[in-house]
Design a binder for this molecule. Sequence first.
Ligand code: DX5
Ligand code: ZN
Length: 218
Amino acid sequence: MLIAGSIIGGNVLNIEEIIKISEEAGVDWLHLDIMDGNFVPNITFGLDFVKKIRQKTYLPLDIHLMVIDPEKYIQFSNYCNMINFHIETTYFPLRIIENIRKNNPEVKVGVAVNPSTSISFLENMEGYIDNILIMTVEPGFAGQKFIPNTLNKIEKAKKIIEGWEKKPFISVDGGINSQNYKLVLERGANYIVCASYLYEDYSSIKQKVLMMKKQLYK
Ligand code: DX5
Ligand code: ZN
């Protein structure tokens, strides 16, 4: 089970501090939310910023594109270890995946899915993806409330990939906290993205990471 710290949950005026405390707390990945003000109403950061973060940390970087026309963002895959785009933004996800892999054969590729979008597309993705990113809030903002209906989708995803030789991560993103992390893990998630809950108090990040990881061994 892996934990990704979503950096927009911290004090973004001091990114270096967020990186440092994430490393010290034993976070497995850093999750970078790229919002374009079109697919989602919010705007975060761009390529130059991602490049700078790449130089500052040894942690693997997980990019979450919340953008229309993800094809235009393929170069981001040169500066991260995993890149995710939204299924809602394209009719041709397999082509985008292929183009990302052509650009960077090393990078993991994931597909993100909004709370009200069906997960059935996953049935046709065997061998293509390394991650299924199940949104547990509507994308666009940190600090929103977890949507319980999404729990069924985690279970469905787990069933779909059951027979696959190479299983993608089942990740969840949005509203994860002490009240619900057990629920998502029980249903089959093995990769938790967390912003507000993790970074609301810098002194307790390590403890929260440990607590969530222990759950796996129960
Ligand atoms: C939401 C982003 C999430 C966000 C999670 O649009 O994709 O990654 O950072 O924030 P919390 O954990 O506060 O819901
Ligand atoms: Zn995200």
